[in-house]
Ligand binder design. Sequence first.
Ligand code: IPE
Ligand code: IPE
Ligand code: MG
Length: 253
Amino acid sequence: MKDIDIQSKYPTIRLDALPKHVAIIMDGNGRWAKKRGKPRVFGHKNGVKAVREATELAAELGIEYITLYAFSTENWQRPRLEVNMLMSLLVDTIGKEIATLNDNNIRLKAIGDINGLPDKTREALLEGIEKTKNNTRSTLILALNYSGKWEITRAVRQIASGVLDGTLTIDQISQDTIGAHLNTQNIPDPEILIRTSGEHRISNFLLWQIAYTELFFLPIYWPEFTKQHFVEVLEDYQNRERRFGKTSEQLEG
Ligand code: IPE
Ligand code: IPE
Ligand code: MG
């Protein structure tokens, strides 16, 4: 679609002031299912539709990165059956969505401890990444077996071993050094973080990267999330003033 068509489809959004990176904590699948008297996995299955809504809008608008928190390092503590169902849902979903990702020119990526995933899930993920690697419109990043504290700990270990083997001195360690050892190296920090389900917490997501991110907490469950909710977040974002420590007057000058 041409920019002019996109603008008439989304007239309330300024296309020249879009974020480059939107991160989403997809929460509330279990409660959504419970409300309907269904098992929690029914909620996870219905969450896939919302993933499509979010990624499609990002691609339509040309938002470069969208990161979805799909499974945290803490989520292994859930009942084994739910964990197994989530891991096989990932295999099914990635397999089914590769064609759509290619149709929409979306590249798949992942952050997190991918080696700690079950073989089939890791293989499906790597296949999805390989088959979409040449797409350029937008990048969909799945956070899988991910947590911010895991990621920072890993970065500290890598940096410490660099100091130990003499490739780095302590004085050379800067914020950029730390950023470069995170899974998100070369990806801009998210301007927007959305969490659904009405919960107001970060749950160990992108801790370093969200230092100056605008936060949006939506009172809906993840399976209810549509493009319209995303559009409303973007409108709200475009009306916020991001001061980065400065005063309002300084920004005007
Ligand atoms: C989010 O929904 C999906 C994952 C964490 C995998 P939940 O499963 O956390 O749903 P609630 O929060 O229990 O309702
Ligand atoms: C955060 O949701 C993790 C994901 C969305 C993958 P949780 O449902 O696991 O978070 P808590 O436990 O309520 O904080
Ligand atoms: Mg939850």
